[in-house]
Design a protein around this ligand. Structure first.
Ligand code: 4IP
Length: 138
């Protein structure tokens, strides 16, 4: 399963629990044909700890919030990822879109603002899995 793209990127905590902190961690993101994963990566000891693997997901740019930001929507979660610059964001999105273009259950809508304090700032829906409010453009 060859690696298509691999890079240390900043991610926002997904806040899966009710009282989760909002923080940002550098994680090693790895895109392969079959999946997208991120690892905790320790440069010193060169070890990877798998944090998450998703097999089916949707990917959207999120520049309404920040130029370098993109989001990964998957069953049961929403992941915000910051690329180092807009160029890198474009490259990640292009690679992600290439891998998921044949998925027949891709979302056509997403949320263009953050889910914060129990609601989406764009549409005020209070469920994290609420259907998107904005049509997706590449
Ligand atoms: C953690 O904060 C990390 O940000 C986790 O990210 C994050 O997991 C946790 O969110 C959050 O509580 P601390 O390290 O300060 O405890 P990572 O897994 O990359 O280390 P997710 O997967 O949700 O981003 P919750 O949702 O597990 O609370």
């Amino acid at each position: 399963n060859t690696t298509i793209l691999e890079e240390l990127l900043l991610k926002k905590s997904q806040q899966k629990k009710k009282i989760s902190p909002v923080n940002y961690k550098k994680r090693l993101f790895v895109l392969t044909k079959a999946s997208l994963s991120y690892y905790e990566y320790d440069k010193e000891v060169k070890t990877h700890f798998l944090k998450l693997t998703v097999l089916r997901y949707s990917a959207h740019s999120h520049h309404a919030v920040c130029l370098n930001l993109f989001q990964i929507v998957y069953k049961g979660g929403l992941l915000y990822v910051y690329a180092d610059n807009e160029e890198r964001r474009k490259q990640w999105l292009a690679a992600l879109h290439k891998e998921i273009k044949d998925n027949n259950d891709l979302l056509s809508k997403y949320h263009r603002r953050f889910f914060t304090n129990g609601r989406f700032l764009c549409c005020n829906q209070t469920c994290k899995a609420a259907p998107g409010c904005t049509h997706f453009t590449v």
